[in-house]
Design a protein around this ligand. Structure first.
Ligand SMILES: NC(=O)C1=CN([C@@H]2O[C@H](COP(=O)(O)OP(=O)(O)OC[C@H]3O[C@@H](n4cnc5c(N)ncnc54)[C@H](OP(=O)(O)O)[C@@H]3O)[C@@H](O)[C@H]2O)C=CC1
Ligand SMILES: Nc1nc(=O)c2c([nH]1)NC[C@@H]1CN(c3ccc(C(=O)N[C@@H](CCC(=O)O)C(=O)O)cc3)C=[N+]21
Length: 295
């Protein structure tokens, strides 16, 4: 069993990006600038946005945290988005999801300038991804592709089963694995809560990607020997014995499944840190595209 170490790989990627930032600086260029919009103060969202800002500092990016009250109206948020779109000093930004219920998420995503959409959630980028054109790839699926590539996991001709069809993980993941190329060239089954006999699919899968948010959902008896398992799930489970008051659980029963797996990601330290590294990679790409356009 080989552990797909997202913590280590994300550090490698961050070092590669930091080196590029140094050469941009040495050539007198502008360093990439990322902004994160956070509405309200949900605990988990604060943690992710905090580590994004911290990572920017580590690698020499400029970063801005736009913190807005839970009570902000949709129009006020749209006005803020317009400001970010027009800000010539900003290369890319993300709007942390989920948004409060009174705000229409689709309307907000549509308002983001696709050239600054480093999350890759705008329909223009999503469509370009599906059509195998160059685009910003959503950070979590992008991070999974990067792990598969760096650990040389074979995907061509393999049967990949994705559990979960969200717009930010499961659906884009299914598209990427079915695209031509490496990683890719997989035969993909996209499953969800309406899937019947899910275990019949997972038992026949060469690669399983779990993105459902149900702690320890995937058990050893649901997978075959030699399977590759990518665990996207992150659920905070209350645990009084822990200093933070909670522990983080993935969607996979790691102890059981790892005994049968050829490759497997841990939680924490797997897909999560990769997500942040790939967001930084998209921001570097956004900076390069902007400077190419302005020349
Ligand atoms: N590591 C990282 O970087 C990231 C981690 N996450 C984590 O990944 C998990 C999934 O997040 P996200 O994609 O946003 O999820 P959503 O909650 O938006 O979607 C969950 C999906 O799983 C499906 N599902 C739920 N229960 C079952 C079940 N029992 N059997 C089969 N399918 C089921 C749902 O089906 P249906 O469509 O029918 O409702 C839905 O498609 C969460 O734990 C989240 O915290 C998310 C983003 C990034
Ligand atoms: N617009 C938008 N873009 C996102 O990319 C986005 C989002 N909204 N909303 C929420 C999800 C979730 N997400 C994570 C990022 C990092 C970790 C991460 O670094 N996890 C650590 C543990 C962190 C902890 O201690 O909680 C790990 O797995 O090792 C997890 C989850 C990005 N998301």
């Amino acid at each position: 069993m080989q552990l797909l170490d997202g913590k280590k790989t994300s550090n490698d990627i961050k070092n590669e990006i930091a080196a590029e930032v140094q050469s941009i600086k040495a050539a007198g260029g502008k360093v990439p600038h990322l902004a994160a919009v956070l509405v309200g103060n949900n605990g988990a969202s604060l943690t992710y946005v905090g580590s994004k800002v911290k990572s920017c500092q580590e690698i020499g990016f400029d970063s801005t945290l736009v913190s807005l009250p839970e009570t902000i109206t949709e129009d006020e948020l749209l006005a803020k988005i317009k400001e970010l779109n027009e800000d010539d000093n900003l290369d890319g930004y993300i709007v942390q999801l989920p948004l409060p219920k009174h705000i229409d998420e689709q309307k907000i995503l549509l308002a983001i300038d696709p050239d600054k959409d480093v999350d890759g959630f705008h329909p223009t980028n999503f469509g370009r991804m599906a059509l195998e054109m160059e685009s910003f790839i959503p950070a979590t699926p992008f991070g999974i592709m990067e792990l598969l590539e760096r650990y040389k996991v074979e995907t061509a001709g393999k049967h990949t089963v994705v559990i979960g069809r969200s717009h930010i993980v499961g659906r884009p993941m299914s598209i990427l694995m079915s695209r031509k190329g490496n990683p890719g060239d997989s035969t993909v089954t996209l499953t969800h809560s309406r899937t019947k006999d899910l275990a019949e699919f997972t038992k026949n899968a060469d690669i399983i990607i779990t993105a459902l948010g149900v702690p320890e959902f995937l058990k050893a008896d649901m997978v075959k020997e030699g399977v590759t398992v990518i665990d996207v799930g992150i659920t905070r489970v209350e645990d009084a014995s822990n200093a933070k008051g909670y522990v983080i659980k993935g969607d996979v029963d790691f102890d059981g499944v790892s005994k049968k797996a050829s490759f497997i990601t841990p939680v924490p330290g797997g897909v999560g840190p990769m997500t942040i590294a790939m967001l930084l990679k998209n921001t570097l790409l956004a900076r390069k595209m902007r400077s190419a356009r302005n020349q």
